[in-house]
Design a protein around this ligand. Structure first.
Ligand SMILES: Cc1cc2nc3c(=O)[nH]c(=O)nc-3n(C[C@H](O)[C@H](O)[C@H](O)COP(=O)(O)OP(=O)(O)OC[C@H]3O[C@@H](n4cnc5c(N)ncnc54)[C@H](O)[C@@H]3O)c2cc1C
Length: 317
C-alpha cells in the first residue's frame, strides 16, 4: 500500500497538523511519501522523515506559493498517479478538506473528512468520523480502491519514529489558465501560536467587559504559552480580531487545554471547543451553561481569578 501525504506549510515549515497526517499514514503501514507545494525551508522538509515519511517530494514552483484549491488538487492528483498511491492523507483544514474533496471527485475515490482514528481494516476499510460538530461519531466504510482521508487534529500522536530524509524535487508544469481564482491579498493572523494548532487556548467572552481588559487574559496565555481565542460577540464588537473567534461559525479548536473566561457556553461556542481534551471554565455565574461541559470550573470574578492564576502558573514554573 502506497500512501501519499499532503503537507501544508506555514512560513516555510510543515504545519503540526500535517505532521500528524504523516504520523497517521505511517501508523497505517505501507510506504509513506510526503509532498509539499510551494516555497519551503529545505531542512524543515527533511525533518518530515522523523514522523514516518520515507520520501519527501517538493514542488518548489513559486506559482504554488498562493494556495489555489483547483491547482493544488491538479498537482496532488498527478502526484498520486506518479507515486502509484492508493491513499491520500491530509490534515482537514480550510485548504486541505476542499482539496481532498475535489481530488476524490476527479479520481472517483472514497472520501472521508474529520477522521479521528486509524482505519479498521479487519473487514473492509472503515474509518471513524466526527460529525455534528463533534457531538457524535459515524463509522464509514470506504469502498473504492482509491481513498482520500482528511484527518482531524489529534487523530494520531506526533512521535518521532525515523530520521531526516532526502527531499526530491517534484517538477510541475503550470499555466496561467490553470488558475481560476487569484489571491489578491492575504491577512496573516497575529500571534506566535496558531489558534487551530495550539495545545493550550485561553479564550475570553463578553464577561471580560471590554478590549482594554484583555491584558490580564494575555498574561495568562503568555505564562502558559497558549494561543488566545474569544467568543463571537467579542470579535463582532471588534474587541478582538475575527481570526480569534471560536465556535460553530469560527475556528474549531482541539487543544489539550481550553480555558474559557467570562463565556456563557452557548451551544454555538461549544461546537468549536468540544474536541478539547480538558476544559476549564471561569465564570462568576455558578449556573453558566459552560460549567456542564467543563472538566474543572472556577466560580469567581475573572478580574480577581486571572491575576492569581497567572501568578500561580509562573510560580509553578
Ligand atoms: C447562527 C449563530 C452562530 C453563532 N456562532 C457562534 C460562534 O461560532 N461562537 C460563539 O462564541 N458564539 C456564536 N454565536 C453566539 C452565541 O449564541 C452566544 O450569543 C455567544 O457565544 C455568547 O458569547 P459570550 O459567552 O461571550 O457572552 P454572554 O452570553 O454575554 O456571556 C458572558 C458570560 O460572562 C460571565 N461573566 C460576566 N462578568 C464576568 C466576570 N467579571 N467574571 C467572570 N465571568 C463573567 C457571565 O456570567 C456570562 O456567563 C452564534 C449565534 C448564532 C445565532
Amino acid at each position: 500500500m502506497n500512501v501519499l501525504v499532503f503537507v501544508e506549510t506555514s512560513e516555510g515549515k510543515p504545519r503540526k497538523t500535517s505532521l500528524e497526517a504523516v504520523a497517521y499514514a505511517h501508523l497505517m503501514g505501507g510506504a509513506v511519501t510526503a509532498i509539499v507545494l510551494g516555497g519551503a525551508d529545505a531542512n524543515a522538509l527533511q525533518s518530515i522523515g522523523k514522523y514516518g515519511a520515507t520520501k519527501v517530494l517538493h514542488a518548489d514552483d513559486p506559482k504554488l506559493n498562493e494556495p489555489v484549491i483547483q491547482v493544488y488538487a491538479e498537482v496532488l492528483t498527478k502526484a498520486m498517479q506518479d507515486e502509484n498511491a492508493d491513499i491520500l492523507v491530509m490534515a482537514g483544514s480550510s485548504l486541505g478538506t476542499p482539496v481532498a474533496a475535489k481530488i476524490s471527485i476527479k479520481i472517483g475515490a472514497s472520501f472521508a473528512s474529520n477522521v479521528v482514528e486509524l482505519p479498521n481494516t479487519t473487514a473492509g476499510f472503515n474509518v471513524k468520523r466526527s460529525i455534528y460538530t463533534g457531538k457524535a461519531f459515524a463509522l464509514v466504510e470506504m469502498k473504492k480502491n482509491k481513498k482520500v482521508i482528511a484527518i482531524k487534529k489529534n487523530a494520531a500522536e506526533l512521535k518521532e519514529v525515523g530520521t531526516d530524509v532526502q527531499v526530491v524535487n517534484y517538477p510541475v508544469s503550470l499555466k496561467a489558465s490553470d488558475f481560476n481564482t487569484k489571491i489578491i491579498s492575504t491577512e496573516k493572523a497575529t500571534g506566535d501560536i496558531l489558534l487551530p494548532e495550539a495545545e493550550i487556548v485561553v479564550s475570553g467572552g463578553r464577561g471580560m467587559k471590554g478590549p482594554e481588559h484583555w491584558g490580564i487574559l494575555e498574561n495568562l496565555a503568555k505564562a502558559l504559552h497558549a494561543a488566545t481565542g474569544c467568543s463571537k460577540p467579542v470579535s463582532d464588537m471588534g474587541w478582538r480580531p475575527h481570526h480569534e473567534h471560536v465556535g460553530q461559525t469560527g475556528v474549531k479548536v482541539a487543544p489539550q487545554l481550553y480555558i474559557a473566561i467570562g463565556i456563557s457556553g452557548a451551544i454555538q461556542h461549544l461546537a468549536g471547543v468540544n474536541s478539547s481534551k480538558c476544559i476549564v471554565v471561569i465564570n462568576k455565574d455558578p449556573d453558566a451553561p459552560f460549567f456542564k461541559a467543563a472538566d474543572y470550573g472556577i466560580v469567581g470574578d475573572a478580574f480577581e481569578v486571572l491575576p492569581k492564576l497567572t501568578a500561580a502558573v509562573l510560580a509553578a514554573k
